[in-house]
Design a binder for this molecule. Structure first.
Ligand code: ZN
Length: 271
């Protein structure tokens, strides 16, 4: 069994402010340990459930040289491999080779979610909303849709309570959750102790991988349109002239293709 663990920092227990997740602060250095420990717990759970290949992707844009590189190398759990510094939601090699499931650790809710701790979608400054066809999605939805292009299901999520609910609503009640904190606002939470959060994640990941009734892969109906409402009109200039990408309004950009991966890929790159 080959699995991918996609990790973000905003949904880790005891994290609820930007200072904790943006590089260059003392808080951030403290958060790296919490982040690494919860991810390690997921690796142990996956290996206990029989995953022979565990690939962990750091998906947290911490800023500066720490973007997609927040794990503390000396603390990394043995028996897994770690992807650092790769552009967000683009590491598809394991999907192409054949992969059984993806798991989310430390996920956060989509932009605009009441009581979603540090909720945002891709960019807290430049994006308001994102849709796949007519479904409003957050980052977990985008990542699940990429994996779904290769028929890989998302089967586990840890994060705050509303993030766990968001993923279940989108992908099905079969998704196993580990709610490590209850959001009390965008910058406040009632958290488990980090060690309790790690124990919960390790147990639930093992449980998720042992289950037979996994949720179905997220496959958006073709043709697939990925649409983003940007925060300000100047942002649309970045997307002009890209194949398959349309400027729908002063702040609205869409990309349409046969599969979500194609729509996502052409949204970011000139072809
Ligand atoms: Zn993040």
């Amino acid at each position: 069994m080959r699995v991918i663990i996609l990790c973000d920092m905003e949904g880790i227990s005891c994290i609820e402010t930007w200072e904790q997740v943006n590089s260059g602060t003392a808080f951030y250095q403290e958060s790296r340990k919490l982040y690494t420990d919860e991810m390690n717990a997921a690796v142990r759970g996956a290996r206990a459930a029989g995953a022979h290949e565990v690939i962990v992707v750091d998906c947290h844009g911490a800023g500066g040289g720490y973007t997609f590189k927040s794990f503390l190398p000396e603390r990394l759990e043995l028996g897994a491999e770690y992807v650092f510094g790769y552009p967000w939601a683009r590491y598809i090699t394991p999907f192409e080779q054949g992969c059984d499931a993806i798991l989310f650790v430390g996920a956060h809710a989509m932009a605009g979610t009441p009581n979603g701790v540090l909720c945002h979608t891709v960019s807290s400054e430049s994006w308001h909303n994102a849709w796949i066809n007519d479904t409003l999605v957050g980052e977990s939805g985008i990542l699940a849709a990429v994996a779904g292009c290769w028929d890989v299901p998302a089967i586990f999520v840890s994060g705050d309570d509303v993030t766990c609910q968001e993923v279940r609503t989108l992908l099905g009640a079969e998704v196993v959750t580990a709610p490590v904190k209850i959001g009390l606002g965008r910058f406040s939470a009632r958290s488990m102790a980090p060690k309790d959060a790690c124990a919960l994640i390790e147990m639930r990941v093992a449980q998720a991988l042992s289950m037979r009734n996994w949720p179905k892969p997220y496959k958006a109906r073709a043709p697939v349109t990925f649409k983003v409402e940007l925060a300000t009109p100047d942002r649309v200039h970045d997307f002009m002239g890209r194949t398959g990408v349309r400027i729908e309004g002063p702040r609205m950009v869409s990309s349409t293709a046969d599969t979500f991966w194609q729509a996502w890929d052409q949204f970011w790159y000139h072809h």
